[in-house]
Design a protein around this ligand. Structure first.
Ligand code: GLU
Length: 425
């Protein structure tokens, strides 16, 4: 069998989907991937666009657009979060779905990759409007999701409450409770202990491993975090408890810095009160752009895509970049950082803790038997340490950066499954 496809992404990847495809193309060359398999895994398996009518609080009807993209199911049902954000595009969702395929393969859980997104601004919507939007979106995508098919989860600006509405809507349609249809749920309805902090905890574990490899100590290591949502806030909390010094954090409204270390408990209280970290006392103001190039040892981009670019990569001062966000570094910046000897822990490794514990949640739901938090955190630690070691070994052996190392492991696993299953019909 031979399939030809245009495998050369020529356009500059200011489009995140082209960026994702270009990352795969480079790995295909690096590992000598079979052309037919390359063509197969270079495109999504299935794309669904839905229109979502919502009755707003003022009585008017508003139409929203949402997407669910299933990139690959060779290794199992597809898995990936749902993002509610005004800047969502189909191309972004396609890229995020492809990254989920690699992420699940890297931490070796039996899932493929998917992603969902709705173009909306949850910050200006009431709880009731959000619930209507979530329920109708779930109903529209229910034709392709399910515990054996495709399992959503939280992502940017989606919460355990939103996961509860997804679970309830899907269950109501079927007439019985189906907790395994979604992960990141509240504990009371089949969520897993440790899931809320899992992305951050996984990130912490791989930064710990990176420090060991670089022969550096945790104590006093200075960390800057861009983004103070689920990933960034919990990373600040867990890392500061572990002995790291958090010197700067930011969110969409601005940031704060203190070279002596920020009081994270106070900062979380401030964020809960005011909705932002900006304006926290006992710290200097800092912009999002300044945060990325501030004086620190570990930089944790934990917000959105494409923030580390050709323009700011030469000025980054950190020794380690741990990508808690998906896709924060563009390929040109990757090259600059690699040449400068900066170790980038790629998104598919550094933020894989979230989906790893989502897998544990799904397993517990299917078994209807639940584990304690220590067991979950220990299982997570083992997964992350192993994925780090495999990534590092590939990077070392092939003399490439950690992203390419991680992709080499992940793409090879997906390719093997795809080859074994063969073509239907
Ligand atoms: N949204 C998270 C991610 O990008 C978690 C996905 C999941 O748990 O399925 O990895």
């Amino acid at each position: 069998m031979s399939i030809s496809a245009d495998r050369t992404a020529t356009a500059a990847p200011d489009n995140v989907w082209e960026m994702a495809q270009r990352q795969l193309d480079e790995i295909a060359r690096l590992i000598g991937l079979n052309d037919a398999i390359h063509a197969y895994i270079r495109v999504p398996k299935r794309v669904l666009e839905v229109s979502i009518p919502v009755k707003m609080d003022d009585g008017r009807l508003r139409m929203y657009t949402g997407y669910r993209v299933q990139h690959n199911m060779s290794r199992g049902p597809s898995k990936g979060g749902i993002r509610f954000h005004p800047d969502v595009t189909l191309d972004e969702v396609k890229a995020l779905a492809m990254w989920m395929t690699w992420k699940c393969a890297l931490v070796n859980i039996p899932f493929g990759g998917a992603k969902g997104g709705v173009i909306c601004d949850p910050k200006v919507m009431s709880l009731q409007e959000l619930e209507h939007l979530t329920r109708r979106f779930t109903s529209e995508i229910s034709i392709i999701i399910g515990p054996e098919k495709d399992i959503p989860a939280p992502d940017v600006y989606t919460t355990p409450q939103i996961m509860a509405w997804i679970m309830d809507t899907f269950s109501m349609q079927h007439g019985y409770s189906i907790p395994g249809v979604v992960t990141g749920k509240p504990i009371a309805i089949g969520g897993s202990l440790g899931r809320d902090k899992a992305t951050a905890r996984g990130c912490l574990f791989v930064v710990d491993e990176a420090l060991k490899v670089l022969d550096r100590k945790i104590e006093g290591t200075r960390v800057a975090i861009q983004g103070f949502g689920n990933a960034g806030m919990h990373a600040a909390e867990l890392m500061s408890k572990r002995g790291y010094r958090i010197v700067a954090v930011s969110d969409s409204r601005g940031g704060v810095a203190n070279p002596k270390g920020l009081d994270i408990t106070g900062l979380i209280a401030h964020k809960e009160e005011t909705g932002s970290v900006a304006g926290f006392s006992g710290a200097d103001r800092i912009t999002n752009a300044e945060l990325l190039t501030c004086d620190c040892d570990v930089l944790v981009p934990a917000a959105l895509e494409k923030v580390i670019t050709r323009d700011n990569a030469p000025s980054i001062q950190a020794t380690i970049v741990a990508e808690a966000a998906n896709g924060p570094t563009v390929p040109e910046a990757d090259e600059i950082l690699f040449d400068r000897g900066i170790m980038v822990l790629p998104d598919i490794l550094a933020n894989a803790g979230g989906v790893a514990v989502s897998y544990f949640e799904w397993v517990q739901d299917l078994q209807e038997s639940f584990w304690d938090e220590d067991e979950i955190n220990e299982r997570l630690r083992r997964k992350m340490v192993k994925a780090f070691a495999e990534t590092h070994e590939q990077a070392r052996r092939r003399k490439v950066d950690m992203r390419k190392g991680a992709y080499a492991v992940a793409v090879d696993r997906v390719a093997e499954a795809t080859k074994l299953r063969g073509l239907y019909p």
